[in-house]
Structure formats: structure tokens, C-alpha cells
Design a protein around this ligand. Structure first.
Ligand SMILES: Nc1ncnc2c1ncn2[C@@H]1O[C@H](COP(=O)(O)OP(=O)(O)O)[C@@H](O)[C@H]1O
Ligand SMILES: N[C@@H](CCOP(=O)(O)O)C(=O)O
Length: 297
């Protein structure tokens, strides 16, 4: 009988405000693949959250897989990939990073590369251009990552965050590449010093599990949110409403347009219900943290 491999990759939220391009958090929303060898390449989509009208050659998973194969000098056997996704595209929930991590795993499996999690994370971060979403999708949990000047990527991974989050997903897309164009090319020294201090405090508060403090610093970003706010209708109103319904803090998820609130677990259901009344056309829901990262069976 033909063997089928199943791959599950969590989506993620990046930045949490000031942790720009460095902090990631894996979410309990998944991209799943069933991979089966067959005589020709084929993608079969089983979810609305997947690109339509793309040829095999245009498919992000195929394109990344072929680049990985070229890098390792291997040939990928032809296969059918059945895709199931809970990650809306271009909403700031790491759909592209999860697809890139999945593509790397397809080559790893079919070409017997025996890549470590670190290898997968490094490669995926290079394709993405930053390690936040990619590291969360590979390791699960909270990830804090950066590349030192010597070129080595370092990731700190924290699990068991007992925190609750709600996501507010607008009914329109915002491509990450477009949202990155809104950012300035440089920052004034004093401004950058404050921005960096806020990122330090966000990280420390998360690692100390001081969520009330983390929420305050989530809302203090200077690196990207002031410049992206104009791309997200009701950005300020959503932050204020979420706070009035009990959120510790709310930031843009990744490059947006989704926003994410950190909230006491006892208040997350009522926060979601209240926000949904104000934004009936948005998808608003509580989301768990994934602590497993990529899983292959
Ligand atoms: N599972 C997938 N399969 C194929 N392509 C995907 C998949 N997920 C994302 N993509 C591609 O990535 C694009 C979204 O990437 P991006 O703008 O970075 O948004 P996101 O915040 O969702 O990562 C989609 O328009 C699509 O081209
Ligand atoms: N740090 C990146 C994160 C992009 O995340 P995505 O989920 O929107 O792809 C950024 O803020 O640009």
C-alpha cells in the first residue's frame, strides 16, 4: 500500500507589538498536509483558506521545496499533497511561514535529509527574511530569535505560557510585503532607544509570566505600529474597546490586519463576545497557544 505522511504546522502571531521581526508565538490554528508519492506533482486544496487558480509551478510550497532541493542537491520524488488550512491568507497569522516550514519538511521527508529543528528554522527564517513566524511554526510556544553579526541564528523557546489570546480578523487581506513598505528606513537615536527598551520589557514580562505588564508593553511599540496603524481601520478603537472589555493589551498580529489581545483566561470569552457585537463582519475568536510546533507522522 502507498504510504502517506501527515505534516501539521501551527500558524503564528509575530511581534506582539515591540518584538518586531524577533518575537513569535505559535497558535492553535494549523496548516495540515498529507503527502503521498504518485507519478506527477499535484496539490489538492480542501479549505477556503488556500490560494485559488495556482499552477503547481506557482504554488509557494512547490517553489520553496524546489529551492530547498536545489540547495541540498537532491531531487524530490513526484507527489500528491492534500492541504487543509485554518490560516486565513495575508491576515498576519503566519500563513506563508507555515507553508515554507511545510515545504522544507516535505523535502526533508521525501529526500531523507534528516534535518534538525534548528536546520528547518534557519532555512525557513532565511526564506521569510526574519525568524519570528518561522521559529514559532517549527518549535511551538513563544520564540525570541535574532541573528548575530557572525551570521548565527539564536532562538530562545519558552513553553507553558498560561496566557489567553483573542484574535480579531478583518474581512480583507493585507500582504506582509505591502505592510513592510509602510515602515521608515531609519529611526532617530532617542526614538530607537525607547523602542528597544519597550521590546526588552515586553520580552522580560512574557518570560516572567507577568501578563498585565506584557499587555502594557504590547501597546507601546514604536518600530512598526505607528506606521501601520493607518492600514487597519479602527486600529485605535479596537485597542480601546478590547481594554474596556478586560484585555491587558492589544497589538497588530504580524504585519496585520489581524489584531491580537492578551487577556486573563477568565475574561477571554466575554471579550470575544463583546468585540463581535461591534464588528459582526470580522472573525473574532479565542485562540490557544500551540506548544508542539511542527509534527510529522
Ligand atoms: N498554504 C499555502 N499554500 C500556498 N501558498 C500559501 C499558503 N499560505 C500562504 N501562501 C502564500 O503566502 C501569501 C500570504 O503571505 P503573507 O502576505 O506573508 O501573509 P501571512 O501574514 O498570511 O503570512 C498568500 O497570498 C499565498 O501566496
Ligand atoms: N515581523 C514581520 C511579521 C510578519 O508576519 P505575517 O504573519 O504578517 O507574515 C512583520 O511585522 O512584517
Amino acid at each position: 500500500m502507498t504510504k502517506t505522511w501527515s505534516i501539521s504546522v501551527p500558524g503564528s502571531t509575530a511581534n506582539l507589538g515591540p518584538g518586531f521581526d524577533s518575537i513569535g508565538l505559535a497558535l492553535g490554528l494549523y496548516l495540515k498536509l498529507d503527502v503521498t508519492l504518485q507519478p506527477q506533482w499535484q496539490f489538492v486544496h480542501h479549505s477556503e483558506h488556500l490560494p485559488v487558480d495556482v499552477t503547481v509551478e506557482e504554488h509557494l510550497i512547490y517553489k520553496i521545496a524546489q529551492q530547498v532541493a536545489h540547495y541540498y542537491n537532491v531531487v524530490i520524488p513526484n507527489c500528491r499533497i492534500d492541504l487543509y488550512s485554518e490560516l486565513p491568507l495575508a491576515r498576519g497569522l503566519g500563513s506563508s511561514a507555515s507553508a515554507i516550514v511545510a515545504a522544507i519538511e516535505v523535502v526533508n521527508l521525501l529526500c531523507h535529509l534528516q534535518l534538525t529543528d534548528y536546520d528547518k528554522c534557519l532555512l525557513a527564517s532565511q526564506f521569510e527574511g526574519h525568524p519570528d513566524n518561522a521559529s514559532a511554526s517549527v518549535y511551538g510556544g513563544l520564540t525570541i530569535g535574532a541573528t548575530l553579526p557572525d551570521g548565527k541564528l539564536h532562538i530562545i523557546n519558552e513553553k507553558n505560557l498560561h496566557a489567553s489570546f483573542a484574535i480579531i480578523i478583518p474581512n480583507f487581506e493585507l500582504k506582509t510585503a505591502e505592510a513592510r513598505l509602510a515602515l521608515p528606513n531609519s529611526y532617530d537615536k532617542g526614538y530607537a532607544v525607547h523602542a528597544s527598551a519597550y521590546a526588552n520589557m515586553l520580552t522580560a514580562a512574557l518570560l516572567k509570566h507577568d501578563y498585565a505588564l506584557a499587555g502594557q508593553f504590547m501597546e507601546a511599540d514604536c518600530f512598526h505600529e505607528p506606521f501601520r496603524a493607518k492600514l487597519i481601520p479602527d486600529y485605535e478603537k479596537i485597542r480601546q474597546l478590547a481594554k474596556s472589555f478586560g484585555a491587558y493589551g492589544t497589538s497588530i498580529s504580524g504585519a496585520g490586519p489581524t489584531m491580537i489581545s492578551l487577556v486573563d483566561p477568565a475574561k477571554v470569552s466575554s471579550l470575544v463576545a463583546q468585540l463581535q457585537k461591534h464588528y459582526p463582519h470580522y472573525e473574532i475568536k479565542a485562540v490557544s497557544i500551540d506548544d508542539d510546533g511542527i509534527v510529522t507522522k
